[in-house]
Design a protein around this ligand. Structure first.
Ligand code: FES
Ligand SMILES: [Fe+2]
Length: 324
């Protein structure tokens, strides 16, 4: 992966409501982070005490300081060392490495490098209701994104739930740029999974998009009107470990959205577990055997994902007809 490039983006790291009075250990692109609220401010540091390199996330938070659990060194919210156990004074040159933080709509975001302006793709849609969930899977970052955006696995991994293998025809066009891509699916036949039979009132178009570094959105439309959206921010925690911040959104209607979410939840959970299982199996094989794989024109998103995230060759714009 192009780690240098990926470090220049903001990532959702945790939900603010999950912050406790103790420091939280997180990882982003393999870098251990400690997050906590010190003196009212949410802060993020490299999770390493400069004294003997133990994780600060094993320490404690007093009202004004983060205290290392090993020899009790104390750090201020700015990261500056404030107290050395057994010494009357401490040098003012010792600082923890700190990272930029932004809290927005209950989510804490982190920037590892650079000065990119904060942008929240999860901003609340007017007149819609959303529910946000976080999941972690042991999978490859790029292939987890591919799985969410590519439809060809659906009649097999989600057999019966999202689709039956029955030649549902669709016309597909895809536009790519330097920050992402958008794939438009015009459904000539209605999707025929159980979830569609129960909830789908006639969706005739899906728009699936990706934006660097890991934001993917599928919008389901009926007569040009958006009726359901699933967005996932894929966060590369570490090699083979991906966090997914999932936002499911429905327009507010006469039937309360909360009730609809409750009805949909078990089906969405099942689809997630089915994907998780195959992605985790894929990663084990991928890790053990570094054999190159085959990309065909039916693999709609992998080429441009590899271009954006791993310096592969640029993907082609596509216009194809497909039946699944
Ligand atoms: S290792 Fe942190 S105070 Fe010694
Ligand atoms: Fe899937």
């Amino acid at each position: 992966m192009n780690i240098t490039r990926l470090k220049q983006y903001w990532y959702p790291i945790m939900e603010e409501k999950k912050l406790r009075h103790t420091p939280s250990a997180k990882k982003l692109l393999g870098i251990p982070l400690v997050i906590g609220r010190i003196n009212g401010a949410i802060v993020c540091f490299e999770d390493r005490c400069p004294h003997r390199n133990v994780p600060l996330s094993h320490g404690t938070i007093t009202h004004k300081h983060l205290r290392c659990g090993y020899h009790g060194w104390e750090f201020e919210a700015s990261g500056k060392l404030n107290r050395i156990t057994g010494c009357n004074s401490c040098p003012d040159t010792i600082h923890l490495k700190s990272y930029q933080i932004h809290c927005d709509h209950g989510i804490i975001w982190v920037l590892l490098e650079g000065d990119s302006a904060f942008e929240n793709p999860f901003s609340v849609l007017k007149g819609w209701k959303s529910s946000v969930h976080t999941r972690v899977i042991k999978a490859d970052f790029i292939h987890a994104i591919e799985n969410f955006l590519d439809p060809t696995h659906t009649p097999f991994i989600h057999k019966g739930l999202l689709r039956q293998e029955s030649h549902q025809r669709m016309l597909i066009t895809q536009a790519c740029d330097e920050q992402g891509f958008t794939t438009y699916y015009t459904l000539l036949d209605r999707q025929n999974g159980l979830i569609n039979r129960l909830f789908d009132q006639g969706i005739d178009e899906n728009i699936a998009s990706f934006h660097l570094p890991g934001y993917a959105l599928i919008e389901y439309r009926q007569a040009k009107k958006s009726v359901f959206q699933v967005a996932i921010f894929f966060v590369p925690i570490d090699k083979g470990e991906v966090s997914m911040v999932i936002r499911v959104s429905l327009p507010k209607t006469i039937i309360p959205s909360t009730f609809k979410f409750l009805l949909l939840k078990p089906f969405m959970e099942l689809a997630f577990r089915q994907d998780k299982l195959i992605l985790e199996q894929q990663y084990i094989t991928h890790r053990q055997q570094k054999t190159p794989y085959i990309i065909t024109h039916a693999d709609l998103v992998i080429d441009h994902l590899l271009y954006l995230l791993a310096d592969g060759e640029k993907g082609n714009e596509k216009t194809i007809a497909m039946a699944l």
